[in-house]
Design a protein around this ligand. Structure first.
Ligand code: SF4
Length: 492
């Protein structure tokens, strides 16, 4: 059969374009090709094209935060689409004949846009259309009642889609397709999904469109699935059992990535180093492949405690950047959230890495129990240690009890971090201010000797003093931006 897999365009106020490789669909493509099918992967964001589009009305309250500002403490400006337009994708479908189209939907706040694309596709073709991914897993009952697709698929698509193709060919029944959600005589049926990891059958997916990170070609990889920790705000441990890939497969994949020109490999795992034996073998292979030309990042945020035994050799192994997730430095908050580590472990990794590997530490401002002034203190502490502090504003994950209790909005678009949705106006302005503070602290690590640095520092300090941000227009004029209420002590 001829199958089209689509990684859809993304709509938001910001993107991390170098992390957009559709690794899940690449695994599904490999599984379908192994089953003898002809598969096209339409990778909508591969071009990296970004277009400003009109902001959905539900985000109108964000306009005062995300306006034009070219200062080093600016936030995002404008709502954008990353990737090809719906017209382009639909035209591609009209020009080709497929027997099945499958769309991925990986993040609940983006699911409405995936449904809009599905509706456009269904206007021009009768080809069966399925939507799958973590967004479907998280809200399958709700989505099943409203979707524009013919099918939904939950769990591992690399297992589900080859069997769905068989069912479409009449070789098996829809009831035999793991994770399939389908309608029959007006009734909705949901099959039990397979949550085996995508790599479980020894698949090594082919890469077609490597992204760029700091002008180097970057590819994603996973060594494992799941996580042994149980952080209250996380869904990783809900659907994915902890499992590790065979070391020989990992080596084969790294050799393949090197052969196609990848220079940086982004390790997307959450918990690979908790098994000391396995981690030692991984480090050996990473070092061997580093000598042949590969470098590594870990942008998904690794469990810090497990890295300590290896931190002194991060640079020698080839790690150029490590993202560490701290979430909150407050012990009581961290304990309440069942976090596996705190600031002490982060400090240890920073000390052992000796500045040879870039480290960025991520916090989640606005988590229940956290105070904005404490988050600011942690940012300053990290700044003094010479590392960047990144803020990931709280985003609501449907299906995670902690967030269900807080209230998942009916309009899931509002669940994204950039929406700053869970806060009242006062707190929202303080959280947005924290984001600006983090931007400027990080900027100051690299730009202290720039000509304009003192000027920017003055406007930054004056903004904090008067509790109203300045913003810098493209015309070079400083104007007032938004007010906030917290008194930030920000000496550095
Ligand atoms: S350590 Fe990370 S992946 Fe594991 S449960 Fe906590 S947040 Fe999730």
């Amino acid at each position: 059969m001829k199958i089209l897999l689509i990684a859809p365009p993304v709509f938001d106020f910001y993107f991390t374009t170098h992390r957009m490789e559709p690794l899940g669909l690449e695994y599904i493509k490999a599984a379908l090709e192994n089953a003898g099918h002809s598969v096209t992967l339409y990778d909508s964001t591969a071009s990296g094209k970004v277009k400003t589009v009109s902001t959905p009305p539900e985000f109108a309250y964000l306009s005062k935060f995300y306006g034009e500002d070219v200062s080093p403490f600016s936030l995002h400006s404008g709502y954008k689409r990353l990737g090809d337009s719906f017209f382009r994708i639909v035209d591609f479908i009209k020009e080709n004949n497929f027997d099945l189209i499958a769309l991925s939907s990986l993040f609940s706040p983006y699911h409405p846009d995936v449904e809009n694309l599905a509706a456009e596709i269904k206007k021009v073709t009768k080809t069966p259309l399925s939507i799958g991914g973590t967004a479907v897993n998280a809200q399958k009952k709700k989505i099943a009642g409203t979707t524009n697709a013919d099918f939904l698929n939950c769990g591992n698509g690399a297992v589900t889609l080859p069997i769905l193709v068989d069912a479409l060919a009449g070789k098996t029944s829809f009831g035999e397709v793991p994770g399939l959600i389908y309608r029959k005589n007006g009734e909705i049926f949901m099959n039990e999904p397979s949550f085996e990891p995508a790599w479980c059958n020894g698949l090594i997916p082919k890469r077609e469109n490597l992204r760029y990170f700091r002008k180097k070609k970057i590819a994603k990889i996973v060594f494992s699935s799941g996580c042994r920790n149980r952080c209250a705000f996380c869904s990783i441990h809900r659907d994915n059992k902890l499992a590790y890939r065979e070391i020989s497969h990992i080596k084969k994949e790294l050799e393949y990535l090197l052969s196609i020109g990848a220079e940086v490999v982004d390790i997307e795992d959450d918990d690979i180093f908790s098994n000391r034996d396995y981690a030692s073998q991984i480090f050996e292979i990473l070092e061997e492949m580093h000598e042949k030309g590969l470098s590594y990042t870990a942008m998904n945020g690794m469990t810090v405690r497990n890295i300590i035994p290896f931190a002194a050799k991060l640079s020698k192994t080839g790690f150029i950047k490590l993202d560490l997730s701290l979430v909150s430095a407050e012990k009581s908050v961290a304990d309440n959230l069942h976090r596996p580590h705190g600031i002490a472990e982060i400090e240890k990794v920073i000390e052992l890495a000796e500045g040879k590997t870039e480290i960025e530490v991520f916090l989640i401002p606005g988590l229940p129990g956290t105070e904005v002034k404490d988050t600011c203190t942690t940012l300053l502490h990290l700044h003094k240690l010479g590392v960047k502090g990144g803020l990931s504003p709280l985003y609501l994950v449907p299906g995670v009890p902690m967030f269900e209790e807080m209230g998942i909005p009916e309009n899931v678009r509002l669940c994204r971090g950039s929406a700053l949705y869970p806060f009242d106006d006062k707190k929202r302005a303080d959280i947005a201010s924290l984001m600006k503070i983090s931007r400027f602290l990080n900027y100051s690590l690299d730009h202290k000797n720039d000509d304009n640095y003192e000027l920017f520092l003055n406007y930054f300090n004056e903004s904090l003093r008067r509790k109203c941000w300045f913003k810098l227009g493209k015309d070079g004029i400083w104007r007032d931006s938004f007010d906030f209420s917290e008194k930030f002590e920000c000496e550095f």
